[in-house]
Design a protein around this ligand. Sequence first.
Ligand code: FRU
Length: 502
Amino acid sequence: MTSQTLREARKYEEASEKMIRQEDRPGFHLSVRIGWMNDPNGFSVYKGKYHLFYQYHPYSSHTGPMHWGHAVSKDLLHWEYLPAALAPDEFYDRDGCFSGSAVTLEDGRHLLMYTGVLKERGRDGGINEVQTQCLAVGDGVDYEKYVGNPVLDERTLPEGSSRFDFRDPKMWKAKDGTYACVAGSRSSDGSGQILLYTSPDGFSWNFKNILISNKNRFGSMWECPDFFELDGKWMLLTSPQDMAPQGFEYHNGNGTLCLIGSYDEERGVFEEEHDQAIDYGIDFYAPQTLKAPDGRRIMIGWMQNWDACGIRTPEEPWFGQMSIPRELSVRKGRLYQNPIRELEGMRKGKVEYRNVKVTGEIRLPGIEGRKVDMELRLRPGAAQNPYRKFALRFAQNEEYRTSLSFRPHESVLKIDRKFSGSRRAIVHQRRSLVRKEGEELKLRIILDLFSAEIFVNDGEQVLTMTMYTDLSASGISFFADGQAIMDITKYDLLTESETPQR
Ligand code: FRU
């Protein structure tokens, strides 16, 4: 039975999505149907399609009582909206249906697990959010909340853990057909821990162990965990709150963390061997992964950061986009990410230049646009005058520009959206230490109307940011102080309907 709250949300989104013209949305990144979007949820393959749910407040472009929005796709690039899947309409989730995940049950039904939020007044008069884990079962469009909800509550928490920070369950099906899930939690030391639960059938869940404790090393509470095997290693992805920078890592406040290690499945313990940020840009948080039918591990993140939400003016009818889905791998002990290969199917109008000498600012015929896939190899030019700084500027006209600059002697890559049209004093720049291969730096730049994602050295690092520059700014230019030499291959990224007819 669909509740009144859900029916209203569905009616509202259908009527008001018309306020947004298609050309005012990103070209191939999923944006919210109407209103506000944050974390990706329930990222899964179901009945032959990719399903992506998301944290959703349809009624304004600000966060509010969370619903789950819903979209489906065949290629992770062209999305079709489905009606909102969950609304805060039960006593245990009255104040929000927070993040969670999806699996397919043995009998073919789609199972969602999410965090139910219920506000409670404390003895001191303050408001706390009690968080529990809840289920809903459906057919890919309509979902019914489970009568036994909540299935995980304070009774299943290890001693000392907070009832108010217990959220974001990520389920998976184990090899033996049983189910497991990880959830973020706050322990008595005030920092994060990841809890591991198991279930024989997806409905009755038991606490197994504390998979790993933060012990105040990486930020405080760990949100939105994901846990999976990849290339012979076990990967724990999580989004810690309140991170302090360490060298060139973790500059994002609400950051992202990838721990690579091994997993003792018997005991339910994860041993980490390596840590790194997942994204080195500004706008990337709460990623979630799925295993595609062809075996690829694909990750998608909220292309936003809680600290920088003010970049978009409040009167816009939509706020929130997802990142480009990324294929993950482990190489040389690090996480590698590359745009899903399906993106290559959208490439049109190849323009290529080899050995271009750059001194001062130059433009190249055919190189412009806001929906672009560009590969760039950069090396020093003339021995007596090698470049000291290189910059790629895009979304550029007389008034605006967003840039990517590189200082080879420091090996630091910087993104800068200060002049992207933002009128807020939020973070606009981020520096990242990158590796040169010999003297060469290799970049792949994916531009969509309102974002830039920079993949460095075949996916060794990624820097992501949003920009809401006026769409008339579509110039691209290159700058070098000294001489740089570059090879460039550039494509437009267009859907079939946008492809110019011959
Ligand atoms: C992360 C997060 C989650 C929570 C959701 C609420 O961005 O804070 O921990 O479930 O957003 O919308």
